[in-house]
Design a protein around this ligand. Sequence first.
Ligand SMILES: NC(=O)C1=CN([C@@H]2O[C@H](COP(=O)(O)OP(=O)(O)OC[C@H]3O[C@@H](n4cnc5c(N)ncnc54)[C@H](OP(=O)(O)O)[C@@H]3O)[C@@H](O)[C@H]2O)C=CC1
Ligand SMILES: O=C1CO[C@H](CO)[C@@H](O)[C@@H]1O
Length: 316
Amino acid sequence: MSLRLLTLSNGRKMPQLGLGTWKSKPDEVGNAVKSAIDIGYRHFDTAYAYFNEKEIGDALKEVLSDGKVKREELFIVTKLLYLSPESVRKNFMESYKKLQLDYIDLYLIHTPIPLQADETGGLKKDETGAYVTDDIDYLDTYKEMEKLVDDGLVKSIGVSNFNHKQLERILGVAKHKPVTNQIEVHPYFTRTKLINWCLERNIITTCYSPFASLDRPWAKDDDPNLLKDQVVKSIASKHNKTPAQVLLRFCIDLGCAVIPKSVNPGRMKENFEIFNFKLTPEEVTSIQSLNRNWMMSVDAFWHPARNHPFYPFNEF
Ligand SMILES: NC(=O)C1=CN([C@@H]2O[C@H](COP(=O)(O)OP(=O)(O)OC[C@H]3O[C@@H](n4cnc5c(N)ncnc54)[C@H](OP(=O)(O)O)[C@@H]3O)[C@@H](O)[C@H]2O)C=CC1
Ligand SMILES: O=C1CO[C@H](CO)[C@@H](O)[C@@H]1O
């Protein structure tokens, strides 16, 4: 089974399916990347904040020097967490050195909110539990990222966790348009309006947490579990596929890219085998009707930023 490529607004190609690596530990992510390469994955998603770029870089160096893949077949994505325009290049260079590649395919602003780091590299909170933020406009950050494209260090740039108004501001000034907005998408948080708004403007949505992040550190026993959803299960059995494969195919059939995380070769293979079936338009609609605006990370991760003017979830 081979990967499908999406054409980005700048003409470059991005494999529609990629491997997510948030929570993939430094001592397991290298083997995960190498197994994924053997299965056929070519698109890998990481971030400065995942603390695994060095190990991913080591694994990529190995498969490149073995001749298993050519650099131009790979699509490597990483993200900028701290938005200060003065430190964009410095922060980028840290990721770049760890990934050990001569260019990065896609560099994203991780979140529109200018979060501050604490001394351990985690996110700083004040005594009330709110994130400590800076007074930075992501437009200034974006302009610095464009210089990385001009210098050939990055092929494409984009954003993550932005709403349509924030994207509109970027489109208003961009010399290099954002090729993607990477956002949480699954049947309980379908983001239909934002996905369509982006499609009309040639911005591809990359769906993160397509299984609603089963291994998120803050999961509770009574949280909904998409793999057990009756509608998803019944569509899966009609196609002789697993619920996980239906969740991924849902994103594919919306015209989006999708980046499921796994460190297990069996599950990585299962997640890769989604290009030999297709959901009907009725099945897509019935999955969309499961939407309940349930975000996997709203309480645990985003809540401390809810009062920031750039909090992205009060708008579509
Ligand atoms: N831009 C952003 O702010 C964000 C980006 N992301 C990106 O998106 C990626 C994916 O999202 P993530 O939150 O990790 O969660 P996912 O929704 O991809 O879920 C990952 C979990 O599902 C399990 N799993 C994988 N495949 C299967 C399968 N076929 N059947 C059953 N279980 C399966 C994994 O276990 P196992 O590994 O053991 O297989 C893991 O526990 C991230 O890793 C990251 O790269 C995610 C969140 C935010
Ligand atoms: O990318 C990430 C994974 O998801 C988390 C919750 O949204 C964040 O910690 C982080 O930004």
